[in-house]
Design a protein around this ligand. Structure first.
Ligand code: GSH
Length: 289
């Protein structure tokens, strides 16, 4: 690894961003004037099926599965590689320009929510679901929700970036972040040793937040790093993750706003429950041809 001597004042070198060179910038704000589309439902989600996006679509599908009919939503695709997150419409609902972002038009004025953890908490409170009401259990659930929000950047921005995306592989950052991710997996594995779900017997927003990140490692869904991290050895995490993967809401939630992989697993936009049958990308492309 060649040694780097930081200059007195940091300057933006656009070419150094690796896979994300064309979207990463050191400044915030909109780069184009464009309104967001709006569908017929109160809840309008603007997202992409990355782990942070999947948290919200799994949550919404779980609410619908539990009978909360007004949790029905329109989901629009934000293509972050194309820079959709920098449109004026998106920046209005998330000044941080990152998916997921949600608008709730059932309130006056409409409510905007950004940050996946805040969206899970907002929906849990709105529907009184997937969050314990007992103060101690609620505190435990929120502790794990916030644990996930603080921990995942080490997995994604740290380990995932240097192991899978960086233009060159460097031992120092890969070592540092692999150690931290394995420690985090061990934290979860111990927590799940004598509990069905993260906070006990009930499935909560803590599971919904943690599963798309840490539950995706052993099956190589994330970063192709199962072997490198020996992710299959965290047996309790594997058992918990495989169980959540079978839930109908998890299966549907993973499909929404997905724009890669098998065409029959991609529901790029969701506006109605029937879209899972009728509007997957294989069907849309077959109709077009
Ligand atoms: N802490 C945020 C992180 C969101 C985030 O990092 N989103 C990524 C995709 S997973 C994104 O939109 N990246 C676009 C960009 O950085 O320009 C959350 O949990 O909502």
């Amino acid at each position: 690894m060649s040694e780097y001597t930081p200059p007195k004042v940091w300057k933006w070198d656009q070419a150094s961003g690796g896979k994300f060179a064309n979207i990463n910038r050191p400044i915030a704000g909109a780069t184009s004037e464009k309104d967001l589309p709006k569908g017929k439902h109160d809840l309008q989600l603007h997202s992409l099926a990355t782990p942070n996006g999947v948290k919200v679509t799994v949550m919404l599908e779980e609410l619908l599965e539990q009978g909360h009919k007004d949790a029905v939503y329109d989901a629009y695709l934000i293509n972050i590689q194309e820079g959709d997150q920098f449109s004026s419409g998106f920046v209005e609902i998330n000044p941080n320009s990152k998916i997921p972002a949600l608008m709730d038009h059932s309130t006056t004025p409409p409510t905007r929510v950004f940050e996946s953890g805040a969206i899970l908490l907002y929906l849990a409170e709105k529907y009184d679901a997937l969050l314990p009401s007992d103060p101690s259990l609620r505190a435990e659930c929120l502790s794990w929700l916030f644990w996930q929000m603080g921990s995942a950047p080490y997995l994604g921005g740290g380990f995932g970036h240097f192991y899978a995306y960086a233009p060159e592989k460097f031992e120092y950052p890969i070592n540092r972040f692999a150690m931290e991710v394995k420690r985090q997996l061990d934290v979860l594995d111990r927590q799940l040793a004598d509990r069905k779900f993260i906070c006990g017997d009930d499935y909560t927003i803590a599971d919904i937040a943690i599963w798309p990140w840490y539950g995706a490692l052993h099956s190589n869904i994330l970063y192709n790093a199962a072997e490198f991290l020996d992710a299959g050895s965290y047996k309790n995490v594997v058992r918990w993750s495989d169980e959540i993967a079978k839930r109908p809401a998890s299966i549907r939630g993973k499909m929404v706003n997905r724009a890669w992989g098998d065409l029959d697993g991609q529901l790029r936009e969701r506006h109605d429950a029937s879209d899972f049958e009728l509007k997957t990308q294989d069907k849309i492309e077959a109709e077009e041809s």
